[in-house]
Ligand binder design. Structure first.
Ligand code: JD8
Length: 388
């Protein structure tokens, strides 16, 4: 098994020195990782070793010049190279992406600075190699180096033969079951009046495993309901709606939209005034999911194609079950039903539906302002993340 080669290009090579320590350091010692850090200025030819210039179209800040990057990528890339470009606009860097990158032969990580790298560098590279643009998270950093540190550490620890017992890989957060990790304890048995849970001292491995799973479920439902399939939240079974569901959907709709109308002082909301026939027509026109807790219909959501946009709507959760993340996981579920041509998702809500807006933002949607064809409603959209 040949080592994974990683080349990192940056104008701050010293920023990557920590990679000589801890995990990546051990991976290098064990010949699992062949890591090289390069100074971009090596590929400049002027006395000032210039890597930036003013932006076309004006605006604040400077942009990284394409020429040094072009020469650097020419020099460092080969047939198996995957170009990894940290950028705020990239797809979220997740455990899945780390697992994907850990199977590559060669990663070339391009760390930008200033306002970013001239777009033609990535466009030119994309015609020659696989390019994966990643974002560490929804906050703004000053450059790509921090993301490069995270990518190398997350990938290095997945390299075969790196972790002594791979079982810990499956049990950790975002591991195989995608749940958050359970709480961990070590000696002493009692500390400052706080005791280690009895079950962990019982030696009963079945009980311990069950306790740990329940703790993971509880934490995930509380902190990251988006990581849960709807069926894991409140034991709700989700399926495609059929005409026979119309009556219950109408009931749920009325129940949910009374609150929405009151919150937004918008008694004119169409959903509140639809008839059973309207709902049946809607079930024919929209891709609709319904969620049942036992035989009670407790949630629904729908979507339809609008050009290349997956227009999502009517995300409804029975009032007594709201706040558990069911709406969030139903939204994630209906996003997965988007046809191939879809490039973005859209939904709208009331200008004063702050809880809805907060949930949509947490799900990656951005406010796009007022909805022209529904006065008083606000539009939110999210780009569809393409698998790099
Ligand atoms: C690469 C330049 C700075 C970004 C003007 C501030 C990743 N999650 C993340 N947040 N920010 C980055 C990131 C920021 C970068 C570069 C990654 C290259 N900047 C720019 C645009 C606004 N300055 C990131 N991964």
């Amino acid at each position: 098994m040949s080592a994974l080669r990683i080349d990192i290009v940056t104008i701050f090579p010293a920023y990557l020195e920590p990679l000589g320590l801890s995990l990546p350091g051990k991976a290098r010692e064990r010949g699992l990782l062949d890591l090289h850090v390069h100074d971009l200025r090596h590929w400049t030819h002027d006395r000032h070793r210039t890597v930036d210039d003013t932006p076309y179209g004006g605006g604040a800040g400077m942009v990284m010049r394409p020429e040094p990057w072009g020469e650097a990528l020419d020099a460092l890339s080969g047939p198996d190279t995957v170009l990894v470009v940290p950028t705020p606009g990239g797809r979220s860097f997740t455990q899945r992406v780390a697992e994907d990158l850990s199977e590559a032969q060669h990663l070339l990580i391009a760390c930008g600075r200033y306002e970013g790298i001239d777009q033609r560098v990535v466009d030119h590279a994309a015609a020659r190699m696989r390019v994966v643009e990643v974002s560490l998270g929804d906050y703004v950093l000053n450059g790509g180096e921090v993301a490069a540190l995270a990518v190398v550490e997350a990938v290095a620890r997945l390299l075969p033969g790196f972790l002594g017992n791979t079982s810990s890989l499956t049990e950790e957060s975002h591991g195989e079951d995608g749940l958050l990790e359970y709480p961990v304890y070590t000696k002493p048995e009692s500390w400052r009046g706080l005791d280690v849970p009895e079950v962990l001292r019982s030696g009963d491995h079945a009980r311990i495993a069950a306790w740990r799973h329940d703790e993971s479920m509880r934490r995930t439902a509380q902190r990251r309901p988006d990581l849960l399939h709807p069926s894991q939240v409140a034991d709700v079974v989700v399926r495609r709606a059929v005409r026979a569901d119309a009556g219950e959907v109408l009931t749920l709709q009325r129940a949910c939209w009374v609150q929405e109308a009151l919150d937004n002082d918008m008694l004119g909301i169409p959903a509140l005034h639809e008839t059973l026939d309207d709902v049946v027509a809607g079930l024919d026109e929209w891709t609709t999911l319904v969620g049942h807790a036992g035989d009670r219909l407790v949630a629904s959501a729908r979507a339809r194609l609008d050009g290349t946009r997956w227009d999502i709507g009517r995300i409804m959760v029975a009032p007594d079950l709201q706040g558990r993340g069911l709406g969030r996981s139903l939204l994630a579920e209906i996003e997965t039903l988007a046809p191939a041509e879809v490039t973005s998702y859209s939904l709208f809500t009331g200008p004063r539906s702050t809880r809805n807006q907060r949930m949509y933002r947490r799900a990656g949607y951005s406010l796009r302002g007022d909805l022209v064809d529904l006065p008083g409603a606000v539009l939110l959209t999210k780009p569809r993340r393409t698998t790099g």
